[in-house]
Design a protein around this ligand. Structure first.
Ligand SMILES: Nc1nc2c(ncn2[C@@H]2O[C@H](COP(=O)(O)OP(=O)(O)OP(=O)(O)O)[C@@H](O)[C@H]2O)c(=O)[nH]1
Ligand SMILES: [Mg+2]
Length: 205
């Protein structure tokens, strides 16, 4: 299992600009505003202060880049579907996402977050289609799993599969409160980056 030992903020972007360390592999986190993207990053990195979170949607408005283990970039993408922003700002969002995602060239995996409690909406479906069209390696992450019972979760995941047209093995339940699903997320990252298993790679006493 890979572990995140080191995580630091690199920069905020508004698109496909150059930045320090660009060229390293990237893992991105996308999803509707308030779904828990920044919280997931903090939980993965064991640092509650790394990415700003907020109960008010629309907290992350820029593309935030984090350097992990001096080896890859974790990308906190701005949330979509925040109703209160102006039409002009929604256009900005679309331009920024397109510019970044199409220009990246280093994107190895995208975690597409949806709230486990709700049926994915039109914008979630659109995002899922965009990811498939781009032929990106992805995982759908059903967030806030702590809010549902086990039985409820199973039904919710089935609904997510149907709505987004994804297979059950492409969906993981996650909670940034309990940490459930964290190991599976790390496994996906490890696989996407082709990293060696730390327990079996040896080299340390
Ligand atoms: N119960 C519960 N609450 C969560 C979980 N993840 C996030 N939250 C809460 O949901 C709210 C939004 O979390 P953020 O991580 O800021 O969401 P975001 O997707 O980064 O939002 P934007 O930056 O606005 O796009 C915060 O109040 C979090 O505490 C979770 O797994 N369980
Ligand atoms: Mg955020």
């Amino acid at each position: 299992m890979m572990r995140i030992k080191k995580a630091s903020f690199v920069t905020s972007l508004t698109g496909n600009q150059n930045f320090p360390g660009r060229g390293l592999d990237q893992i991105a986190v996308a999803g509707k505003s308030n779904v828990g993207k920044s919280s997931l990053i903090n939980r993965l990195c064991n640092n509650q202060k790394l990415a700003r979170t907020s109960s008010e949607p629309g907290k992350t408005r820029l593309i935030n880049v984090f350097l992990i283990n001096d080896s890859f970039h974790l990308i906190d993408l701005p949330g979509y579907g925040y109703a209160k922003v102006s039409h002009a700002m929604q256009e900005d969002w679309g331009r920024m996402m397109n510019d970044f995602l199409e220009g990246s060239g280093q994107l190895r995996h995208i975690f597409h977050l949806v709230d486990i409690r709700h049926e994915p909406g039109a914008q979630d479906v659109q995002m899922a289609q965009w990811i498939k069209t781009a032929e990106l390696d992805y995982t759908v992450v059903a967030t806030k799993a702590d809010k549902l019972s086990r039985a409820q979760r199973q039904r919710a995941v089935q609904l997510i599969c149907r709505t987004l047209a994804v297979q059950p093995w492409e969906v993981l339940s996650f909670s940034s409160v309990t940490g459930e699903g964290k190991e599976q997320l790390l496994e996906r990252i490890q696989k996407a980056l082709g990293l060696e298993d730390e327990e079996t790679s040896g080299g340390r006493p």
